[in-house]
Design a protein around this ligand. Structure first.
Ligand code: MTE
Ligand code: MO
Length: 197
């Protein structure tokens, strides 16, 4: 108890900042490659792999309940931003629209532009995870993943897929883009799961 107390840094939010992270001023943009631009009429979201194949439009998503979320965001390059204000659709609500095979254990998130990132289903299907389409009450900026991105608040931010456009359900784990390039498969910021597997 005492030891724990003495190790705490002195800033008021220190218990919300994972080890090795620093608070960012503003909201940095981190994108590998170009920023894709998709208009809402053409925007599509597909489900495939170990699930009944389905395609959803923007209005299919907008018909689901909208919620406000206030979540901390932790990038593996060591910046964190507290209390990011999003509007989005719960992943648990979206999951009610699709039929996933019982053999599926993992999901690959796919994005416009080709980015991918993988998750075990128990990290993906959580009440706190969502598809965000607004940031601070405004339509999500292109550079932050507009029109829609996933937000997986309990893992490093590379798991929060910008310009998301599909879910591929898998029978086993498979590395996504950064996971193939040295990042950890799971990426828990509190365990500092930064690199390797
Ligand atoms: N499609 C796509 N999603 C992505 C990335 C990317 O390069 N492409 N970068 C990831 C990384 S490393 C981080 S830290 C966050 C950054 O989100 P931001 O640019 O909104 O801060 O998005 C993640 N999602
Ligand atoms: Mo990142």
């Amino acid at each position: 108890m005492l030891g724990k107390f003495f190790q705490k840094p002195s800033t008021p939010n220190s218990d919300r900042v994972p080890p090795g992270q620093f608070l960012a001023t503003g909201f940095p943009v981190l994108t590998y490659g170009d920023t894709p631009q998709i208009n809402l009429e053409q925007w599509q979201f597909k489900v495939w792999g170990l699930a009944t194949p389905q395609t959803f439009t923007w209005s299919d998503f907008m018909a689901l309940p909208h919620h406000q979320f206030t979540k901390d965001f932790h990038c593996v390059t060591r910046w964190s931003k507290l209390d990011v204000q999003w509007t989005g659709i719960k992943i648990t609500d979206f999951m009610k629209l699709i039929e996933v095979d019982s053999k599926a254990t993992h999901v690959m998130q796919h994005c416009y532009g080709g980015y991918t990132t993988n998750l075990p289903l128990e990290d993906f299907i959580k009440e706190d995870n969502f598809f965000a389409f607004e940031l601070s009450g405004n339509p999500l900026d292109l550079e932050h993943g507009g029109p829609m991105r996933s937000v997986i608040p309990h893992l490093y931010a590379w798991k929060s897929a910008k310009w998301i456009n599909g879910l591929e359900f898998l029978p086993k784990d498979q590395p996504g883009f950064w996971e193939r390039n040295g990042y950890h498969r799971r990426g828990d910021p509190w365990q500092e799961e930064r690199y390797g597997s």
